[in-house]
Design a protein around this ligand. Structure first.
Ligand SMILES: [Zn+2]
Length: 566
């Protein structure tokens, strides 16, 4: 190895230099540790979809020594991290983590949004005018999948550009949007195809699956896991931190009548129209993903090159279990007890391949979650629901449509897509109605409904600058060309879509924006902070550790506690 190549990023090069000059030093304590010569060899980003920060502490007594406890006892935890955008969903959240900015800049305003010119919603990772097809999937696999709607670079993109395209990012998740948006424009992304149980990609990335992934798929692990029964990992009577398993606030898995343990997956799979997607309503979906991540790390030789690489893991079962059962459930408790075991196993695996200071791990979430509204309602905690048999979104749509019709003589409502309300512009032009007047009337009416938390018109969002609180978060959710005419949000503990899931996320309230940020490895100090930070601070923090430029639209700030905290 030539010393000139030690301008490279490898800590082992630094160690070699120190050896040659007769010194010896631990790179982790070297005063020049943030010099250009010392960076992690591999960054591992783990995004636990829908993870609330309280899960660390609620289930602490059930965790072993090698998983969460190892990470928290040695790493650095940010306890007051909140997303800066208001529509808390998987696409905008994953993008915020790795682009270091908000939907206002990265452009991903929801998991889907309405496009008036197309007369339909598009998926966040669907590029409508493209011809990309899915590689390795079944007939129902999504088409036109690519990161093209994301208007800025990710930290992985910047690392690749900075390294002369030597650094690589591999991103895996059960969900296409999590894998694609984390992986950026220049990484590789692989996600789960529910029809076949295989991991797939898009022709945006490559025309054929890599050989190692074909072999992985051929192992048939998904099929094997689908023979399992989901039972509590420990005696259920020890799960005292969650509500009784049988309760009215949970949703049975497809094909089952009760949302209680045990859940026999092979019994579900014997019923018509079932597919491998059921795996991701159990912890086994994320167990499978860790197996894929380990295989990718070895087969792609990540962290073994001259420049740092990134391995990004999006754990989606965490979210889907949360939607079905809610944060108070035995199932969520069992998921986190098992995740702790998966993490311990993964950390052991990393120990076999790397020194601790060669890797940098960051764990966060794409959004939080709120308790099941009906559960809170029954505890006499106010919600915006007067009954749980109708969906508030439908009530809202009917009432707003009726109001605009009475006021302006015609139906002017085109679409409500998440928080984004689109009005019918051709019709307003026909009737010579001033759109600003219709928008103002829409806001006024919405704010008269007691389950609506607030609304802002595009006129206000174009002219004002809200920097704090819920309005500040909604401001960061607004991307003019995609957001429509009015942005709206409901009161806390209120869901517009009851019926598709008992609970979840999506609101700008604390329950949904508050997530953990945990750094571990490299020369991360041990500690914790309650400073107000955001997951969109992660990308620039990584950039500092990697010496790379910040992502192109970055608005977050590096987490200073990690850089000068010891
Ligand atoms: Zn979700």
């Amino acid at each position: 190895m030539q010393l000139t190549s030690c301008i490279s990023f490898l800590p082992r090069c630094l160690a070699l230099v120190l050896l040659l000059v007769g010194g010896s030093a631990q790179s982790g304590t070297d005063p020049d540790r943030h010099s250009h010569e010392h960076t992690p060899r591999l960054v591992i980003g783990i995004t636990v979809d829908q993870m609330r920060p309280d899960y660390f502490y609620r289930f602490w007594n059930h965790y072993g020594e090698g998983g969460f406890k190892r990470l928290l006892d040695n790493g650095f935890l940010f306890r007051n991290a909140k997303f800066r955008h208001g529509h808390t969903a998987t696409g905008p959240g994953h993008a915020a983590v790795y682009t270091g900015t908000t939907p206002r800049v990265h452009g991903l305003i929801g998991n889907r949004w309405y496009v008036p010119e197309l007369g339909r919603e598009i998926n966040v990772v669907e590029v409508p005018d493209s011809t990309y097809t899915t590689v390795g999937g079944g007939p129902r696999a999504g088409q036109n999948r690519a990161p093209g709607n994301m208007m800025v670079t990710t930290i992985g993109d910047e690392l690749r550009l900075y390294s002369g395209e030597r650094s690589r990012t591999v991103s895996v998740s059960a969900k296409d949007r999590a894998a694609i948006l984390s992986g950026g424009h220049t990484g590789d992304a692989y996600w789960f195809d529910r029809a076949t149980g295989n991991f797939v990609t898009s022709t945006f990335y490559r025309d054929e699956l890599p050989e190692w992934l074909r072999s992985f798929n051929q192992r048939g692990l998904a099929r094997e896991f689908l023979q399992r029964t989901w039972e509590p990992a420990r005696p259920i009577e020890t799960y005292v931190e969650s509500r009784p398993d049988r309760n009215p606030y949970e949703r049975p898995l497809p094909g089952l009548y009760r949302a209680t343990f045990p859940m026999d997956l092979s019994e579900i799979m014997r019923q018509p129209n079932m597919d491998a997607g059921i795996l991701n309503v159990t912890p086994f979906g994320d167990e499978l993903l860790f197996e894929l991540a380990k295989t990718a790390l070895v087969e792609e030789a990540l962290g073994q090159g001259e420049t740092p690489d990134m391995l990004l893991i999006g754990l989606s079962a965490a979210d889907i279990i949360g939607h079905y059962f809610g944060p108070a459930s035995k199932q969520i408790q069992d998921y986190y007890i098992r995740l702790d075991e998966y993490l311990a196993d993964f950390l052991d695996f990393l120990d076999e391949h790397f020194e601790r200071d060669e890797i940098l791990i960051v764990i966060t979430a794409d959004h939080g979650a709120h308790y099941v509204p009906q559960y809170l309602h029954d505890l006499r905690i106010p919600t915006g629901h007067s009954n749980f048999h109708t969906r508030l979104n439908e009530t809202l749509r009917e009432q707003l449509r009726g109001h605009l019709e009475r006021r302006f003589g015609t139906d002017l409502l085109l679409s409500i897509s998440g928080p984004h309300i689109h009005l019918n512009h051709p019709r307003m032009a026909e009737l010579q109605l001033d759109p600003a007047v219709v928008r103002r009337e829409t806001v006024r009416f919405l704010q008269s409904l007691d389950f609506v938390g607030g609304a802002l018109s595009a006129d206000t969002l174009d002219q004002a600058e809200f920097t704090e609180g819920v309005r500040g978060r909604m401001m960061q959710t607004y991307f003019p060309a995609r957001s429509g005419d009015v942005l709206m949000w409901l009161t806390p503990h209120t869901r517009g879509d009851l019926g598709t899931g008992y609970t979840g996320h999506g609101t700008p309230w604390t329950t949904d924006v508050h997530v953990p940020i945990l750094f571990y490895g490299y020369d991360i100090p041990h500690g914790q902070s309650s400073a107000p930070v955001a997951p969109s601070d992660i990308a620039s923090t990584l950039a500092v550790f990697l010496n790379s430029p910040f992502p192109s639209g970055n608005t977050g700030s590096p987490l200073n506690d990690l850089l000068y905290g010891h």
